[in-house]
Design a protein around this ligand. Structure first.
Ligand code: ADP
Length: 489
């Protein structure tokens, strides 16, 4: 999670697409060329040597020079190619940002501003490419010059010997002409070495980025002998938990909370109090700095991640739906059903039952192709409330022991809210549930309401108890009732 929060999508995509492509191109064509060049140059050298060692020596004079020039070129060009790859990934991130945030750009009319930012980065990319091109051109020209000079030298020395002595280093005019033809076959692959060196360097910067990405060890790893239960019961214990993101200030300090299986806990408190953070520790998206989080009395760090997470489901504020059919999205957590659906089998009863329990069946039936309607870019768009009900159906089908529900903050109409409420109550019945509520009415009936402030638990109890205590919860409640008197009913 930390990695994905800290890395830009566009930059990662540029490694996954263009850097891997570059590496592939190099390994696929340039590498083969390089082997051919080495074989040709060595073969021809032997032939030339057998004709005339003297002329062959002159012919090979440029080889060490080419070696030196290539080494110099590789050293100069390396940082330039690295910086080009970095600029490309920054440019990609910017473009990805702009495409993802196009509605904000349009609504604030920031077109010119974004246009300029992209233009500046494009220009930087352009300038860096031109600088690399100049270096490359100079290097290629130097290679041509070196082989050209050797060519002329041999023509001169050999020609003069033939004219003056009647043979060149023991070669007749005919053999000298043949020698000369071989020479051409020596120099053209030698010039190719320059191209290959260039491609090699480009591929090297790409490879470094690819391996940089591959080299990220997961920060959350399974222990050596993981606890791997078949089922999770659903007891959760936070014990003196202190946690901060990265090296920053703790977001949670000394939080202790015991939750019994089947209990519904409503989490209330101001934005930024640490409610979501607390829930993220249960599936072990992050490790605590001190204290412990235990599920069924076993520290989450001792679990096999897979068996821990299989027992926990999260419904976020704006649940992600994958492009594919409605049924596939509901069956996402169930591999067998998902494969069956992908193979075109009919929608299983369990999927429909889950959708029905999530109050989603009615609107799904109204979609153009029912459960087989494509959603996302290629198909229909769903409203926020509909997405959340689909996400709830997805979780119901998966039947986890622990539910983490982050209520959508966006205003949904009263009818949708009632549907979500109904599906939520079915979802959390008989399961341990942590419900982060933005409308306190959502958690009014929770077994226990836990109120957080600035990373600490400041109050807990039932709705009525907390109102009677007249503390922070009562204040929050009054604010919401004032804003929306219907809530009190
Ligand atoms: P709540 O759910 O109560 O609104 P959060 O748990 O989301 O609160 O946030 C608590 C604090 O942690 C906030 O100050 C927020 O800025 C910070 N925070 C949340 N997520 C991250 C993250 N991924 N990286 C760094 N800080 C974060």
């Amino acid at each position: 999670m930390t990695f994905f929060v800290n890395n830009q999508t566009g930059a990662m995509l540029s490694v996954l697409n263009s850097d891997i492509n570059r590496l592939e191109q190099f390994l696929n064509s340039e590498f083969r060329q390089l082997i051919r060049v080495v074989a040709t140059v060595s073969g021809i050298t032997i032939i030339l040597w057998s004709y005339s060692p003297k002329l062959a020596a002159i012919a090979l004079l440029p080889v060490p020079l080419i070696g030196l020039a290539s080494a110099g070129f590789l050293t100069w060009i390396e940082p330039r190619y690295q910086s080009i790859r970095e600029t490309v990934s920054r440019l990609n991130s910017r473009l990805e940002n702009n495409i993802a945030g196009v509605d904000i750009i349009k609504s604030f009319d920031r077109y010119e501003f974004e246009h300029e930012r992209v233009a500046t980065q494009s220009e930087q990319y352009h300038d860096e490419q031109i600088r690399a091109l100049r270096l490359r051109r100079g290097f290629f020209a130097a290679l041509r010059l070196m082989t050209g000079v050797a060519f002329v030298a041999i023509l001169f020395v050999g020609g003069r010997d033939i004219i003056l002595l009647g043979d060149a280093g023991g070669l007749s005019t005919g053999s000298f002409a043949l020698f000369f033809l071989y020479l051409r076959r020596l120099y053209s692959p030698m010039r190719r070495i320059g191209r290959s060196a260039n491609k090699y360097q480009q591929a090297k910067s790409s490879a470094e980025r690819v391996f940089g990405l591959l080299g990220h060890a997961p920060m959350i790893d399974d222990p050596d002998d993981p606890h791997d239960p078949a089922f999770i019961g659903g007891d959760i214990d936070f014990e003196d938990v202190t946690f901060g993101y990265g090296d920053r200030e703790p977001v949670l300090t000394d939080v202790s909370l015991s939750i019994e299986r089947g209990e519904t806990i409503g989490l209330a408190g101001e934005t930024g109090a640490g409610k979501s953070t607390l829930t993220r520790l249960v599936p072990r998206f992050y490790d605590v700095d001190s204290g412990s989080v235990r599920v069924d009395d076993v520290d989450v760090r001792e679990y096999a991640r897979q068996s821990l997470r299989r027992g926990i489901a999260i419904v976020g504020q704006s649940p992600y739906l994958f492009s594919g059919t409605v049924a596939e999205n509901i069956a996402y957590g169930d591999r067998e059903t998902l494969t069956a659906l992908r193979n075109g089998e009919s929608v299983p009863e369990a999927v429909v039952e889950a959708a029905d329990a999530a109050e989603a069946d009615r609107f799904i039936q109204d979609l153009p192709d029912g459960y087989r309607t494509e959603i996302g870019e290629r198909g229909v768009k769903l409203s926020g409330g509909q997405r959340q009900r689909l996400a709830i159906a997805r979780v119901i089908l998966n039947d986890p022991a622990i539910i983490i529900f982050d209520e959508a903050t966006s205003d949904v109409d009263t009818e949708t809210e009632q549907h979500i409420q109904a599906s939520l109550s079915r979802l959390i019945a008989d399961r341990t549930a942590l419900v982060i509520a933005h409308r306190l009415s959502t958690i009014q009936d929770a077994d226990r309401i836990v109120v957080m402030d600035d990373g600490e638990i400041i109050e807990q109890g039932s709705h009525d108890d907390l109102l009677a205590t007249n503390g922070a919860y009562a204040d929050l409640w009054r604010v919401q009732v004032d804003e929306n008197p219907a809530t009190a009913d």
